[in-house]
Design a binder for this molecule. Structure first.
Ligand code: 2IP
Ligand code: CA
Length: 388
């Protein structure tokens, strides 16, 4: 147990929740900084052409932003909770090769100066960029959140493990417009869908337990043009549910949110159910957030194109609000077999058999994120009889 938190397990657990929220806030600031500061934004959008294309590193600054954020979360949370060491994982590897062919390990160093000099090497001697990033990485984040302070929970951190998606919807993060008009409350594309996702799951059951979703690009201040973010959290553990949001109602005219690359067969099958309220949006985490906020009754995905780090945090929040996330293929199989009681939810501790690399952690059967069980049943009943 982290020494700083005394022996009361409830204070340890709320300290973990606070630590994850704090890490998401720092991550959001780094993400905002990379879009806001010219020295960093130029690196982010840089398209390599001609001979430069062969330079391995700089073309990957977008990946560096991801890796850095992931390392910051690992470092800050790991320092406070040594029992999580080796159990904080994410999408990215922290090894990089720079243009000189040196392999460098991206990490948070003991001091801001050391981090800046490591970044200086990684960033091909770009000092302004290295210093800006190092300052953001070593900045203290002070949370002022009475609701968070009031949380008392008893979940031993040594039973948990963590999935991080440092920036979900990377494409929109790099190229997304600052303001895209929402349709039915949902932004079809744009920066809004770039999110920081941090989820904790039970190491033995694989169930999602705790989730933090941070929206770094929630609103742009019209005067300063600076980004303002917002975060949401939820906990669901052994019958205890707590959330920063309240459960949205099931609307009489429900809507569904899909990936713009969802198959025509799924779109055809769902059209009669939703009519014009078939919505499209970028970002897997953002679509899950739309269900959490009650902007869509479901997010249906027929492909195995999301990963554990995409779904863990939103799934924990959905559960905290009485919703859930099922494996679409397995749920349809259960439904067709008449086993309609407990539908198979996604779990987070087991890699997919026979897969290699990132694929091991894909949600291979697709998914349905839902808030209301009765609505999930309507979706499954519709898809179970459709020609997919
Ligand atoms: C991606 C991102 C994509 C999503 C894909 C995720 O994560 O959220 O937007 O596809 O499933 O894995 P789509 O937008 O079609 O839903 P990342 O941006 O972190 O690679
Ligand atoms: Ca992702």
């Amino acid at each position: 147990m982290g020494q700083a938190h005394g022996s009361d397990p409830r204070s340890t657990m709320s300290a973990l929740l606070k630590s994850l929220v704090g890490a998401s806030e720092k991550s959001a600031r780094i993400a905002q900084l990379c879009r806001q500061e010219e020295a960093l934004f130029q690196l982010l959008i840089e398209e390599k052409t001609g001979t430069d294309k062969n330079k391995k590193f700089v073309q990957d600054f977008k990946t560096l932003a991801d890796v850095l954020i992931q390392e910051v979360i690992k470092h800050d949370v790991g320092k406070e909770f040594p029992e999580l060491h080796g159990h904080i994982c994410g999408e990215e590897s922290n090894k990089f090769e720079n243009s000189l062919g040196e392999t460098l390990v991206v990490q948070v160093c003991a001091t801001q100066r050391d981090t800046a000099s490591l970044l200086f090497k990684i960033l091909d001697r770009n000092q302004p960029a290295a210093e800006l990033l190092a300052a953001a990485i070593h900045q203290e984040v002070a949370l002022q959140d009475a609701a968070l302070d009031a949380v008392a929970l008893a979940i031993p951190p040594e039973r948990l493990a963590i999935w991080i998606d440092p920036i979900d919807s990377t494409n929109q993060y790099i190229r997304g417009q600052a303001s895209v008009a929402p349709i039915g409350g949902i932004c079809p594309s744009g920066l809004r869908s770039a999110l920081v996702l941090i989820g904790a799951y039970d190491r033995s059951s694989g169930d999602p337990v705790l989730g933090v979703i941070n929206e770094p690009f929630f609103r742009e201040d019209p005067l300063t043009h600076r980004w303002q973010g917002v975060y949401h959290w939820g906990v669901s553990y052994q019958g205890t549910s707590l959330c920063s949001l309240s459960r949205p109602p099931l609307r009489p005219e429900p809507s569904v949110v899909l990936s713009s690359s969802e198959t025509p067969a799924i779109q055809r099958a769902l059209r009669p159910l939703y009519g014009e309220r078939l919505r499209f949006a970028s970002g897997a985490g953002y679509k899950m957030l739309c269900v959490i906020l009650g902007l869509a009754e479901a997010y249906v995905l027929s492909e195995g194109s999301t990963f554990k780090w995409d779904s863990c945090a939103p799934h924990a929040i959905l559960r905290a609000l009485g919703g859930g996330m099922v494996d679409l293929e397995a749920a349809l199989q259960a439904w067709r077999a008449g086993q309609q009681g407990a539908l198979p939810e996604l779990t987070y501790s087991q890699p997919a058999g026979g897969a290699v690399g990132a694929e091991r952690w894909a949600n291979r059967g697709g998914l349905v994120a839902f808030m209301h069980r009765e609505h999930l049943e309507v979706v499954l009943a519709t898809l179970a009889t459709a020609a997919l």
